[in-house]
Design a protein. Sequence first.
Length: 248
Amino acid sequence: MTGFKDHFSSGSAGYAAYRPDYPATLFAWLSSLCAERCLAWDCATGSGQAARGLAAHFARVVASDASAEQIRHALPHPGVDYRVAAAEASGLAERSVDLVTVAQAAHWFDLPRFYAELARVLKPGGVAALWGYGRIVLPGAMDAPLRRFYAETVGPYWPAERALIDDAYRSLDFPFAEIPPPAFAIEVAWTLPRLIDYLSTWSAVKRCRTARGCDPLPALNAELAPLWGDADAAAALQWPLFLRVGRV
C-alpha cells in the first residue's frame, strides 16, 4: 500500500450514506462493450456504488479498495466480493477480468503501476473505464454561493490531484484504444439538508474543518436557505459524468 493517499477513511460512514449512485444506463453500456461478462473489477470501490451497479450485468464483481474502513462500510451485495487491496496489486489472476472500472478515483493512483496491473488482469480485448464528476451545479441563483464555496472557501484545501477532476481527466494519461462514450449524468432529487450532507463528504471540507477549527457548511447553508425556499422540498440536481474508456 506504499504511496496510498487516504483522504476518505475518516469519513467512510458518511461516504457510504451520502455519495450518489451512478446511472444504470452507464453500466448497461459498459457491459455491452464486453465479449464476456464473467468478472468485473471495480477498483477503489469506496463504499461500492459502482460495484453494485455492475453486479446486474456480470456473473461476479470484485470490488477492492486500499482503505479497510471504506470496505467495512460498503453495502453488502450477493454479487460483489469486497476486498482490501491496492489499485496496483489487485491479487486477481492474469487475464481473468472482462471489465475494469475506476469511479472518481484514478487521479489518486500511481498510474503507470496501475496500468501495468490492469493490462495483467484484463482478458485480451478487455475494457478499462475511468470516470468521474466535478462540482454539482445548482439551479438558478443558488449556484453562485456554491461556486464560491467550492473555489474560495474550501478551494485551498483541495488536494493537488483535484485539478485532474476539474480538467475532466482530459490531461490524464490513458494509453488504450479509446471508445467514445455517450453522455451520462447522475441525477438526484435532494432536499437542502441532503445536499449539505453530501457536501460534508468532500475531502476539502474535512481538511478545512481541521485547519480552521470550524465547520464551513453552516454559513453555506445560511446562504442557500432563502434561495432554496422550503428546505425539505426536493430539487432536481445533476452532475454530468466524464469518461475515459478503452480496450487493451
